[in-house]
Design a protein around this ligand. Structure first.
Ligand code: ADP
Ligand code: ZN
Length: 516
């Protein structure tokens, strides 16, 4: 595969489930093989930038916890509840625990049983570590942290002895918060890949936890991105029996997180955090923090008095799509990329007009993208069949545009990841959601119950080929609009969404086969 092909394939994952995906990470992390609730959450909120913007932040968080674990000593608390914006529910739950940590004996006198373990669960970067640390800070007690993966070693028994060591240190400290990040690494369901080492480690953790009494003032906080993979033994009463969801922030929460991280920075009049909150659907708190920091770096580099709206915008694009780079593609390749991208934009405009097109580019950006469509999805709580079908059409539109313009014999590898995403969604609709052919059958559940159930692949294929057919018809009937946008892209390389929409609008035929 030529370099540009690889690049193109990573590009324009327009609107996989809820918006533009410019990298492949999210799709592999949360695929349609995930549970229904995950799908819904993912579709509703995470579709978008999460993949791109999250990764650096997530990586960083992981690195930090690893650093900590190497030391394994109590941390000085540098934050409290005021360091956390949004997450009101989690804060409320934790403030009870803070009161308990302040005076555990009181609770013991009343015979109250405090939860020994609190499980924070939600997508990466939503502030779970921050919350645990803030709890310790608020209560003024030491904070011990380790990551689950630090416990799981090659040699049987090492993990278990690390657990005991950690708790021994914590016990010496008296009242404290013990934080275990990525608890799924050691608390995975035991049925799959049972490992002695993990079992021993988990058992050590459970027995250490049951050794505490209410009067001790020790709280174990664990965090996971994948609660559904946890061993049920962890969730039983007396263990991690208080579970607090830490979801991705909605628009109002994003605004308060942006404000919190903007508070220590000089912002100019035109730095519109509200607009930024609007266009950061799917961002986690960590991504938002990263965004504000990126904008500050840009402003500092250019020596401005304050962070401007333009800095925010550039930082946003840089995080979501990566910085523009000069293109190495030749003329023919540029034209293919332009047609491909214009195809996504056209079909997105026609079938999912509720999503706002933010930018279309045929310049190579980060993550190996040769070009991209950046769409800000509408935030939604529920996702319907029609919506998923339209998303599939938008994903397939790059390939359909290539076929419509260059013919079936000239297809490129550029659409490979679009197609993979579309196929995953279709497979999920068929097997999990009962949304193809048989509206009330989950083939996956049927298969779990009875085994040997077939037919899912055929149904998914039929669905995909029908949707591809529809997309191709749409693209062919709007070939003028497609060409107009592709020409504009070849001319200026990147277009603001509003400019691209205006070009499409002017060239679209009035009778569209499908109007949304
Ligand atoms: P998680 O543990 O859920 O992966 P972290 O707690 O490591 O996420 O979050 C990383 C950083 O992101 C925090 O240190 C903070 O700067 C920022 N952040 C995340 N959520 C919030 C929030 N609700 N309010 C303020 N900052 C947040
Ligand atoms: Zn594409």
């Amino acid at each position: 595969m030529k370099k540009w092909q690889a690049a193109l394939s990573a590009a324009t994952l327009s609107a996989a489930l809820g918006g533009t995906l410019l990298s492949l990470t999210l799709s592999s992390e949360v695929s349609m093989r995930a549970t229904l609730s995950q799908i819904l959450i993912f579709v509703a909120l995470a579709g978008f930038v999460a993949s791109v913007a999250l990764r650096p932040a997530g990586d960083r968080a992981a690195a930090v916890s690893r650093e900590r674990s190497a030391v394994g000593e109590a941390e000085k608390h540098a934050c409290d509840f005021s360091s956390v914006a949004a997450n009101d529910q989690a804060l409320q739950s934790l403030s009870e625990l803070r009161d308990y940590l302040a005076d555990p004996e009181k609770y013991a006198r009343y015979g109250a049983r405090m939860p020994r373990g609190v499980l924070l669960y939600g997508p990466p970067g939503t502030g779970k570590t921050l919350l645990a640390r803030a709890l310790a800070g608020e209560a003024g007690v030491p904070f011990f942290a380790l990551a689950g993966s630090d416990f799981v070693e090659k040699y049987v028994g090492v993990g278990a002895s690390r657990v005991r060591e950690l708790f021994k240190k914590a016990r010496k400290a008296g009242k404290c918060v013990i934080f275990i990040d990525e608890i799924d690494a050691l608390g995975k369901r035991r049925d799959d890949m049972a490992s002695d080492e993990r079992d021993q480690t988990l058992n050590a953790l459970l027995s250490e936890m049951s050794g505490f009494h209410t009067g001790d003032g020790v709280i174990v906080v664990a965090a996971t991105n994948r609660i559904e993979t946890l061993d049920p033994a962890l969730l039983r009463p007396g263990r991690f029996d208080r579970q607090i969801e830490v979801p991705l922030p909605g628009k109002a929460e994003r605004l308060s997180i942006l404000r919190l991280h903007g508070a220590n920075k000089p912002l100019s009049e035109d730095a519109d955090l509200e607009a930024l909150a609007e266009q950061t659907v799917g961002f986690s708190g960590a991504s938002l923090e990263n965004l504000m920091n990126e904008a500050a770096l840009l402003a500092a580099a250019s020596g401005e008095a304050a962070i401007t709206g333009d800095d925010l915008n550039r930082a946003y694009l840089k995080l979501v799509a990566g910085a523009d780079r000069p293109s190495a593609a030749d003329e023919r390749e540029r034209r293919i990329i332009a047609i491909h991208e214009a195809g996504h934009a056209l079909v997105s405009r026609c079938l999912t007009p509720e999503n706002r097109l933010a930018r279309v580019s045929i310049l190579p950006a980060g993550h190996g993208a040769a070009g991209y469509n950046l769409t800000v999805p509408k935030e939604r709580v529920m996702v319907g069949r029609d919506h998923l079908e339209r998303q599939i059409c938008v994903l397939l539109a790059g390939r359909a545009a290539e076929q419509a313009v260059f013919g079936e014999e000239n297809l490129t590898a550029g659409a490979s990841s679009d197609i993979a995403r579309a196929t995953e969604i279709a497979a999920g609709m068929v097997s999990e959601l009962g949304m193809a052919g048989e509206p009330a059958v989950s083939l996956a559940a049927l298969n779990r119950a009875l085994g040997g159930v077939t037919g899912a692949a055929e149904q998914a294929r039929a669905l995909l080929s029908e949707l591809y057919g529809r997309t191709l018809v749409l693209v062919e009937s709007e070939i003028d609009a497609l060409s107009a946008l592709a020409d504009a892209l070849l001319e200026s390389e990147a277009l603001e969404g509003s400019a691209a929409e205006a070009i499409l609008e002017a060239a679209l035929s009035s009778e569209r086969p499908e109007s949304a």
